[in-house]
Design a protein around this ligand. Structure first.
Ligand code: ADP
Ligand code: MG
Length: 691
């Protein structure tokens, strides 16, 4: 399929047997092309001999001089010192490990050529364990003609080996196909792939090192661009494959939606209405909807999902709603039951913790078609779950699911008439440029407006030494009829300990606040107990809910107006934002208290400052991206991202709009280039898309 010589295995290179190949595999290097894309970490300038007199501490340089004196010193550590001079100055070479032959070779009068990093010594500048060799009197001394590349190495594969392999790989460079059209490269002022690789592996002596070290050199940008383009194209391919499938075209009079909206105690915001319209338009088409709805916490994604869902049900199809946690699934179940049962719609329920008899009953309703809507966790796509006529899959808080789970669920509904539609909802706002590139298989809608009457949550950051003040605040909030969350976060990396901490905290708070009803919800409780706890909180029977981070996603209790988060310094921005999103859902002024344990590290301090200063999810996501990198921010979905070799999404963000344009160009005018380009960069990983 791919007879490009660059795709030959590394074992085709001289000096690579099975042993070395195994070690190279540890660096992710399997083919000659991989070696070519294994770029230097940095460069050394060995292109000229530097006068000793001009050296400064910290320089790395080639020097040459005559040995004036060599002696062994017995200090704290035995060392061999050799003083050399080139007429402009002198310096000392210091070896801690040496043998008799080495000592003999450094005799007075010998000429040495050394390369190393210059340090300040006791009396002169020093080179500690430099690379060195004795230059013979009649030898014509040469210097390197290009900067010397220093590659990332692994145990057992040394720098010289990698340099040799890259040298050999470079001889195959002519066989590396150029997939970017010349006109494109010209308009971007970027070099060809070959030029870029030659430049990066063997930069000419006059290339300034500073331009190379920050990744901004055109050759580096060219490779980053191609890699991002390949990533983007792979998502577009996934999209095209989906679009080639059939889906039921759902068209109806919208009776259910009309009745639903009438009974709803509020009006949809303009943003919600717009997104609903986008969904209904997709659903009416005979290709599977693949829509991602982004909306900040509290923007009202559930009501949007309900509208889409009702549309499918009215057309006689089943809808599966998948939530990432039992708690959230339970809340959706309750919510949808309240909303849908008055319309005569049966809502089934399926999670891992369901007892056998109950499970059989739900399964029968799902398989027989009696249940039009099924709410659950990932238990929904276990093998034995059979739907009758699945027409739409709604996935809530998708950042909690992997791409595999999502694709597996889509496969479930597959039948003669085609794939079910998919509606994916996330509260993790993704900066626009990133979404364009890495969600290119999906259509995106944004609910960019919160329901009216919300007051932004005001946030304070307080050391936990002032806990007593906070307990007082809890008491005041509850006295005025509000409710409070108190979140205990990970103390150790152990869920058990976290749950124990929550239990202890609940007891302590109950003792300190005898007038209040204190509830507890954590991950180790039975599902029924968790549910009962949440229900009591929602009903207002509990004033103060002590919880672990299980309440992070989706939980909705509008009367709660104060959120206390312990050890907030241990949580990431996304998680803090999600947790804080549990308050500020009603009309009451809401507060969030971030308790931390001093001392705070710089990054934790920055995170807490961001939380204090903004409630804008996109702004927080931007900071998160800078602090944690996109792999983490986008979660497990974009598996390829973790494998970016050259591009850096933060550093190279500015390339993304051009990447999208280039993708359009290739797909339209050079369709034959798309697959080879994707395969070059993603290799086997592209198979994910073919589920
Ligand atoms: P999220 O987007 O975080 O999933 P939810 O769907 O849970 O948000 O909605 C948050 C709260 O806002 C819920 O109590 C919901 O009933 C309420 N809500 C949703 N849409 C509106 C609206 N248009 N006007 C007023 N309240 C709304
Ligand atoms: Mg939600």
């Amino acid at each position: 399929m791919n007879n490009d010589p660059a795709s030959l295995p590394v074992t085709c290179l001289k000096g690579v047997g099975p042993k070395v190949a195994e070690k190279l595999a540890r660096l992710g290097l399997y083919t000659i092309q991989d070696i070519l894309f294994h770029l230097p970490l940095r460069y050394e300038d060995r292109t000229r001999v530097v006068p000793i007199g001009s050296l400064r501490p910290g320089d790395s340089a080639v020097v040459q001089g005559e040995v004036l004196l060599t002696e062994v010193r017995f200090g704290k550590r035995r060392s061999l010192l050799s003083r050399i001079s080139d007429g402009t100055g002198s310096l000392t070479i210091r070896l801690f490990h040496f043998n008799a032959a080495q000592k003999a070779s450094l005799e007075r009068g010998a000429t040495l050529r050394c390369y190393g990093e210059v340090r300040r010594g006791a009396s002169t500048l020093e080179l500690i364990h430099p690379e060195y060799r004795v230059v013979l009197a009649d030898e014509a001394t040469t210097v390197e003609s290009s900067l010397t590349a220093v590659y990332p190495t692994t145990e057992g594969v040394h720098q010289l080996k990698l340099r040799d392999l890259s040298e050999q790989a470079m001889s195959h460079i002519a066989s590396l196909r150029e997939w970017l059209p010349a006109s494109l490269l010209e308009s971007l002022a970027m070099p060809t792939l070959r030029e870029a690789l030659r430049m990066l592996h063997r930069p000419a002596a006059d290339v300034p090192l500073s331009g190379l070290s920050d990744g901004g050199h055109p050759a580096q940008q060219r490779l980053a661009f191609e890699e991002l383009l390949a990533q983007h194209l792979s998502m577009r391919q996934l999209r095209e494959r989906m679009q080639a499938h059939q889906a039921p075209a759902l068209r109806n009079s919208g009776e259910f939606n009309k009745r639903f909206l009438q009974q709803l105690p509020f009006e949809l915001t303009a943003a919600q209405q717009r997104v609903v319209k986008e969904c209904l338009r997709d659903l009416s088409r005979a290709v599977p909807m693949q829509r991602l709805v982004q909306g900040d916490v509290g923007s009202g994604k559930t009501a949007v999902a309900a509208c889409a869902l009702l549309h499918a049900v009215e057309s006689g199809y089943q809808v599966a709603v998948m939530a990432p946690t039992e708690l959230l699934a339970e809340q959706h179940h309750r919510n949808f039951r309240d909303w849908l049962e008055p319309l005569g719609i049966k809502v089934a329920w399926l999670t891992g913790s369901l007892k056998a008899a109950a499970r059989r009953e739900e399964m029968a309703a799902i398989g027989g078609g009696a249940a039009q809507v099924v709410v659950g966790t990932h238990a929904l796509f276990q093998d034995d779950v059979e739907f009758d006529r699945l027409g739409l899959v709604v996935i809530d808080e998708q950042h909690r699911f992997g791409v595999h789970q999502r694709l597996a669920l889509r496969e479930k509904g597959r039948r003669e008439e085609g794939h079910p539609h998919q509606l994916i909802m996330t509260a993790t706002p993704i900066p626009r440029t990133l979404a364009m590139t890495f969600y290119a298989d999906l259509d995106c809608s944004v609910i960019d407006e919160l329901p009216p009457g919300r007051t932004p949550v005001s946030t304070v950051v307080i050391p936990d030494s002032r806990r007593a003040d906070i307990v007082l605040r809890v008491e005041q909030a509850c006295a005025s009829g509000r409710q409070v969350y108190w979140v205990c976060t990970l103390i150790e990396e152990s869920e058990t300990l976290q749950c124990e901490a929550a239990e202890d905290t609940a007891q302590a708070l109950a003792a300190a606040l005898p007038g209040l009803n204190v509830g507890l919800v954590h991950g180790r409780m039975k599902a029924a107990d968790k549910e009962a706890g949440m229900r009591a909180f929602k009903a207002g029977d509990i004033d103060l809910l002590v919880a672990t981070t299980v309440i992070e996603v989706g939980v909705d209790v509008p009367n709660a107006s104060l959120m206390v988060i312990e050890n907030a310094e241990r949580l990431g921005l996304a998680q803090l934002h999600q947790l804080r999103g549990r308050v500020g859902r009603g009309a009451h002024e809401s507060n969030c208290v971030l308790l931390y344990r001093a001392p705070l590290g710089q990054r934790a301090r920055d995170r807490l400052a961001v939380m204090r200063e903004t409630t804008d999810g996109f702004e927080i996501a931007r900071h998160d991206l800078e602090q944690r990198g996109p792999g983490e921010v986008l979660g497990t979905r974009q598996t390829g991202l973790a494998m970016l070799r050259i591009a850096d999404l933060v550093r190279d963000q500015a390339l993304l709009p051009a990447v999208e344009q280039a993708a359009n160009l290739l797909m339209q005018d050079y369709p034959g280039h798309v697959s080879p380009l994707v395969r070059r960069w993603l290799g086997e990983a592209t198979r994910y898309g073919e589920v």
